[in-house]
Every structure is written in C-alpha cells, then in structure tokens.
Design a protein around this ligand. Structure first.
Ligand SMILES: Nc1nc2c(ncn2[C@@H]2O[C@H](COP(=O)(O)OP(=O)(O)OP(=O)(O)O)[C@@H](O)[C@H]2O)c(=O)[nH]1
Ligand SMILES: [Mg+2]
Length: 319
C-alpha cells in the first residue's frame, strides 16, 4: 500500500489520532518506511516531557496513569500514553484492561493511548519504545507517560528512556525487600506508595525512606527522591505526584541534567539501532560461507579468533 509519509506527519501534527496510530504502526513494525518516518519526525521532536512509570504487576500503574492524565488535561496539556508490555509478543490483548481503565480518556482528542508489545522485537524495549515516543512527541504531546510492568531488565530500560522515572510500590506486597533486590532504588526519581488506603502504607514509606537513605551520602545540591503516598483509585495524592514531577524537571533544567539525560538516551538509541543492524547482518552471514570459512581457519590454526572477528566485522559493515 502506498504511504504518503509527509501527509501522515502533517495530519499527526494537526492532532488526528488515526495518523498518529498509523505512524506508530509504521515504526513499530519496522516497515520499509521506518527511515523516512524517522527523518520526517526528527526536526519536530524535543518538546515532550517523558515520564516513565514502573512497578510490580497490579501495583496501580494504569490507575495512576489515568489519574495523572486527568490532572494534566485540566492544565490543557496534550498527553500521550504508551503502555509497554515487555513479556508479551502481542500488542493489545493483555492491555485490554487498560483500555477500560483509561476509558474516560478514550474519546478525548487531547489524549493518545497506545499499547505496545516488545517481546520478539529485535532489540526489544530499547529499540521499539523510543520510536513510538518520538511519534507522540512530534504529534504535539506535552507529556508522554510510559507505563511498563517491572519485570527484570525492563524497568531499568524504561528508566533510561524517561526524563523522570516514577517507581510505584504498594503496601503488603513485600515490595520493600524486592525493591532493593531489583535495583529499583537506583532508578527512581520519584517514589509513589500507592494503595495508601490499605494497612501498612506508612510502614512501606518508612522502609523505603530507610533504604533510600542507606546509599552514599548526598551532596547538598543532589536530588533526593521524594516519596508520595497516593490512593490512585480515588485520585488522592495525584496533585502531589504532579508537583514532584515538576520539581524534578525544574531541578534537572537548572543543572543541565535534562540535556545530559537526553543526550545519553540518544546515544543509547543510536547504539541499539547499530547493534541491531549488525546482529541482523551477522545472522545473514551465519548461514553463509564467510563465517564457515573463518571458523575453519580458526580450527586449523591459520587464523586467531580476534583476527577472524575483525574480518567478519569488516565484512558486515561493507555494503
Ligand atoms: N485499594 C486500592 N486499590 C487500587 C488503588 N489503585 C489501584 N487499585 C486497584 O488495583 C488493581 C490494579 O490496578 P492497575 O492500575 O491495573 O495496576 P497496574 O500496576 O497497572 O497493573 P498491571 O498493568 O497489570 O501490572 C485494580 O483493581 C485497581 O482498581 C488504590 O489506590 N487503592
Ligand atoms: Mg497496567
């Protein structure tokens, strides 16, 4: 099917949701138009503020996201939501519940909701999410909220892609100890103890506070991640979360940290694209004669594996 990329980008800029959806599909599906789309988007990006939300399953990420959207919409901001499921190869299905939970925003033209599965993607989350974020950014979103279930590496990856990372916990989930294990104490810029209507919320805050204080002694100007208690289901504490996000943004702006983070993010993105391309070509070579020939030489002792690798890399990068 013929695709007029500049027309699509134009329509997305006008805020047409179908054009936005189409563009995300193009970048997500690694279509032949991927490069053209990314080139068209490049000069339009850089306005959106990207907030990552992560935490264990069921902690209240979607409910919190929805409440945050309501708060930002009240300020007249355009909001993009990217719900990333790193454990599923299917887009949509597992996140159907989210559609329902976000239902109140589904018909709001100032809100884009998109779910994305990343398992099975070459490069996974690190490859797929930034491109969808770019589409939402170029489409004029002021805020992009990225929700990821905290499983394994995914929360670290999403934290690397966000301007500000929110880590959610809930009382009584044994989260405190798990938090330390999973290393989330290093990635949170803002911590939210949700379900504060349940017993044990204060204990969770205390425990978290204690663990955050155990790290290295901070210098006076350092960011100290705040802990906010919320009842997302009743939108309680959500204004405090918005305030904490604003504060973190201002802190980063003042110190040039935001620009630094974004540059690091771009560097990671370039690296991921390059490595993914190299892997693909290696894969093509693996089935071919070049690698076989090199392997034979290494076994025969006429070539050492480093020299063989150099030759292989040279072969991969020549067009
Ligand atoms: N009691 C209580 N329940 C809440 C609160 N916030 C969310 N819930 C409920 O907790 C359940 C899970 O909420 P979700 O927002 O779907 O949690 P999630 O982290 O997005 O879940 P996954 O995406 O499946 O990982 C739902 O039944 C919510 O209604 C809260 O503040 N208090
Ligand atoms: Mg969810």
């Amino acid at each position: 099917m013929a695709v007029d990329v500049s027309e699509l980008v134009e329509q997305a800029r006008e805020g047409r949701p179908r054009a936005v959806a189409r563009l995300i599909s193009l970048v997500e599906g690694a279509s032949p138009h991927l490069r053209e789309v990314m080139a068209a988007l490049a000069p339009l990006c850089g306005n959106a503020y990207v907030v990552g939300l992560t935490g264990s399953p069921g902690v209240g990420k979607s409910t919190s996201t929805s409440a945050l959207v309501t708060a930002y919409r009240r300020e007249g901001k355009r909001v993009g939501i990217l719900a990333v499921d790193p454990s599923s190869p299917f887009s949509g299905g597992a996140l159907l519940g989210d559609r329902v939970r976000m239902g109140e925003h589904a018909s709001d033209p100032g809100v884009y909701i998109r779910s994305m599965a990343t398992r099975g993607h070459l490069g996974g989350l690190a490859w797929a999410a930034p491109q969808a974020i770019r589409v939402l950014d170029a489409a004029g979103c002021d805020i992009v909220l990225v929700e990821t279930v905290g499983v394994g590496q995914s929360e670290v990856e999403i934290a690397a892609q966000a301007d500000t990372s929110v880590v959610l916990l809930a009382p009584g989930m044994g989260d405190g100890i798990q938090a330390a294990k999973a290393g989330i104490l290093e990635i949170g810029d803002v911590y939210v103890v949700n379900k504060a209507d349940r017993d044990g919320a204060d204990a969770t805050v205390r425990e978290l506070n204690h663990m955050l204080g155990l790290g290295e002694a901070r210098s006076p100007g350092d960011w100290r991640p705040p802990i906010v208690k919320t009842v997302a289901a009743r939108s309680e504490g959500v204004e405090e979360v918005v305030a904490a996000l604003e504060k973190h943004r201002a802190w980063m702006d003042e110190r040039g940290v935001l620009a630094e983070r974004r540059a690091r993010r771009a560097a990671r993105e370039i690296e991921t694209i390059a490595v993914t391309a190299l892997r693909e070509r290696m894969g093509e070579l693996r089935g071919g004669k070049r690698l076989d020939a090199l392997a034979e030489k290494v076994v025969g002792g006429t070539l050492d594996p480093y020299a063989a690798a150099d030759e292989l890399v040279a072969g991969v990068t020549e067009q």
